[in-house]
Design a protein around this ligand. Structure first.
Ligand SMILES: *[C@@H]1O[C@H](CO)[C@@H](O)[C@H](O)[C@H]1NC(C)=O
Ligand SMILES: *[C@@H]1O[C@H](CO)[C@@H](O)[C@H](O)[C@H]1NC(C)=O
Ligand SMILES: *[C@@H]1O[C@H](CO)[C@@H](O)[C@H](O)[C@H]1NC(C)=O
Length: 645
């Protein structure tokens, strides 16, 4: 089934005449014409359109999907630039193929990903003495400054335009503001009251060398976490549009008051008046309120990654206390004991759903009755039935064969590939539980069609397993994780880990392994997700969720894996593994924790499946490959965390 790139019918081809456009492409000519008229009116030669919202959210509501509306590209990361003649989109390698499937030939895809490439492109495309427009509420300070830096001294000016030009063109077609209820998360799911959290942040303010008098919160997860409130403004993300200004004596929450449940209002005002009384102000008053506050003898602490240029601009420079992340972001990243317990318990329920799905696939894929879309719907349903589950935590990635090479592909009811026992299948799905959020990714192992493909897939998969156990030494974890692939000249185009929210976001910053992440400490949760993608052929990824814990040798930290689904045995070639205990210990844990739950639910067949799939590997076992050859392998599992310390 290997397809040569010239024959691919799933991506656009702008070099043929007429251009070849697959049905997944959006015609953007009308939108672009209308935008260019507005640009002329505002006297700008280029307009920059990000994929984020005014809170720097990674996942956004439909009404903020401006880049998708103007370009057709729906990936979660990207930047568009429209000039009078051209339109260009920058996105990272995860999304290149998706962009070629969704954009028409009005748009060029820019695959250069270094930060300054947009600025450099603008220098080339825009004549001197002309203006480049952007919405100051959609760019973080850091990003704004990076553009300004490249353009400095070039006589091209960055012009903040407070009317969003895409919104003006979108007009009445733009989805409306949400009106759904904002509700209180009971203390049984949070482990600390919002008053305790506020007091904790205030003591961090006191201890700070510059004694900030206020913290400004712009990220939606920050306000949701701080006040123990949740909403549903963004699909899969239980947050609501809001800002907060927390001072040493007052608390302002900027939100649509009418949306707060009676219980939520009661909780916020229970201790009024006083330092633990929350004043509710209108959402769009935030700029004026911050500006008024900043007139006084004050110092406002902001996280530069999440504060927009539009808000930053109203605080005088000498009154700013800047760090990359606000104290709320960094405090939220460390889960309390209750949250840890809840997260682990949710992983048991989630494992039940996954095992039900795997068994169902084993029965139904050989009949040819499952496609990517129906599979995704079924796994979502199984999960939704579980206790405290509030549905999926992100759009289910259900990708078969060559689609799995797109690290973030989701099927639709118009394009969905049939699952086959001859192809790799990549499922990346997770649940929002009223307490936690396990994200689970694994590969359904099937045999692959040709001998070469088989050998290759098995080897790569094994490397991936090896990589999923990482030693401490946080700053270098990325390099450790990629070492086995680097040795053979391969790599993957996404980070190896990200933090996990407590009934919040599937990707919770600033936890992760990259240079812009904070150091790991005890109590943080992170994913560990090495992968390998062979474009046009297949893709594999393993994603475990792990809790950072103290190692037996104190002073060291290590990981406790909390995901409880066994890897596919067919794809593990144990001769590649270098430690002989890790997998067996892990499988025993899975069996001990998930087995009783399956029995309690009388899922006998699933229990039997679990028993089979968590059998220990043993040194010297004869392993039958699907080619029918026998290979004597020695059991070597991955790095035991404690050995590293
Ligand atoms: C586009 O079509 C041209 C001419 O048929 C072909 O040479 C080229 O390989 C195609 N490109 C892609 C990406 O399919
Ligand atoms: C448009 O912007 C340029 C560059 O700043 C300026 O020279 C010109 O006068 C402006 N034109 C109008 C009509 O405002
Ligand atoms: C496919 O999905 C779209 C969007 O969710 C929906 O409007 C449409 O009715 C669906 N079509 C079929 C055939 O199910």
């Amino acid at each position: 089934t290997k397809q040569s790139s010239s024959a691919r019918s799933d991506i656009r081809n702008c070099t043929t005449s007429p251009p070849f456009l697959p049905p997944t492409v959006t015609d953007t000519s009308a939108q672009l014409n209308a935008l260019r008229q507005r640009m002329q009116f505002y006297n700008i030669s280029a307009y920059i359109i990000p994929a984020t919202d005014a809170h720097m959210s990674e996942y956004i509501a439909e009404r903020d999907a401006r880049l998708a509306w103007i370009s057709g590209f729906t990936g979660s990361a990207g930047t568009g630039v429209v000039t009078t003649k051209k339109a260009a989109l920058w996105t990272d390698s995860r999304y290149w193929t998706q962009a070629e499937r969704q954009m028409d030939c009005n748009w060029e895809l820019q695959k250069i990903v270094w930060t300054d490439s947009i600025g450099e492109w603008l220098l080339q495309e825009i004549p001197a003495d002309e203006n480049i427009g952007l919405d100051p509420f959609l760019f973080s300070i850091d990003l704004w400054n990076s553009y300004a830096h490249v353009l400095q001294g070039s006589s091209r000016t960055l012009v903040p335009i407070e009317d969003n030009l895409v919104d003006l063109v979108w007009g009445s077609q733009r989805p409306p503001l949400p009106t759904s209820e904002i509700y209180l998360l009971p203390e049984t799911f949070t482990g600390s009251t919002w008053q305790e959290k506020v007091s904790g942040i205030r003591s961090q303010m006191e201890q700070h060398s510059r004694s900030p008098t206020a913290v400004l919160l712009s990220a939606l997860e920050e306000t949701a976490w701080l006040f123990n409130l949740r909403g549903d403004d963004i699909l899969y993300n239980p947050v609501f549009y809001s800002y907060a200004l927390l001072t040493t004596s007052d608390i302002s929450l900027f939100v649509d008051r009418n949306r707060l449940s009676a219980e939520a209002l009661q909780s916020l005002s229970a201790l009024c008046p006083g330092p633990l009384c929350v004043q509710v102000e209108e959402y769009n008053q935030v700029r004026a309120s911050v500006q008024a506050y900043a007139q006084g003898d004050v110092r406002v602490w902001i996280g530069t990654e999440y504060t927009t240029y539009g808000l930053y601009g109203v605080i005088p420079q000498d009154k700013l206390v800047e760090s990359s992340y606000s104290p709320v972001m960094t405090t939220k990243a460390v889960k309390n004991t209750k949250e840890q317990v809840l997260l682990k318990a949710a992983h048991v329920r989630d494992a039940v759903a996954m095992i039900q799905y795997l068994l169902w696939l084993e029965k139904n894929v050989p009949k040819g009755s499952v496609d990517e879309f129906s599979g995704a719907r079924y796994v979502d349903k199984l999960r939704r039935e579980k206790e405290h589950c509030r549905g999926a935590s992100f759009e289910t990635i259900s990708a078969s064969g060559l689609n799995a090479a797109l690290a973030h592909y989701s099927p639709s009811n118009v394009s969905s590939r049939k699952l086959s026992v001859d192809e790799m299948y990549l499922l990346d799905s997770g649940g929002q539980y009223l307490c936690v959020w396990p994200g689970l990714i694994f590969v359904l192992p099937r045999s692959v069609p040709t001998k070469t493909a088989l050998t290759m897939s098995r080897n790569r998969q094994t490397m991936v397993v090896t990589l999923s156990r990482l030693p401490p030494g946080w700053r270098v974890v990325e390099a450790f994780a990629r070492q086995a692939l680097w040795k053979v000249g391969l790599n993957y185009g996404h980070g190896t880990g990200h933090g996990i929210g407590n009934f919040l976001s599937v990707h919770e910053w600033p936890v992760g392994f990259q240079s812009n992440n904070v150091p790991l400490v005890k109590g943080m949760f992170t994913s560990i997700e090495p992968g390998y993608y062979q474009e046009g052929e297949f893709g594999i990824r393993i994603e475990d969720v792990a809790l950072v814990v103290e190692a037996q040798t104190k002073a060291y930290l290590t990981f406790e894996v909390v995901s409880l689904v066994p890897y596919d045995r067919n794809l593990i070639d144990i001769s590649f593994l270098s430690e002989d205990q890790y997998l067996n210990t892990y499988y025993e844990t899975i069996h001990q924790r998930v087995g009783p739950e399956l029995q309690r639910r009388q899922l006998e067949e699933e229990y039997e499946w679990l028993r089979r799939n968590t059998q220990p590997f043993s040194r010297g076992t004869l392993v039958a490959t699907s080619l029918g050859t026998l290979a004597i392998t020695s059991l070597v599992s991955t790095l035991l965390p404690d050995r590293q310390t």
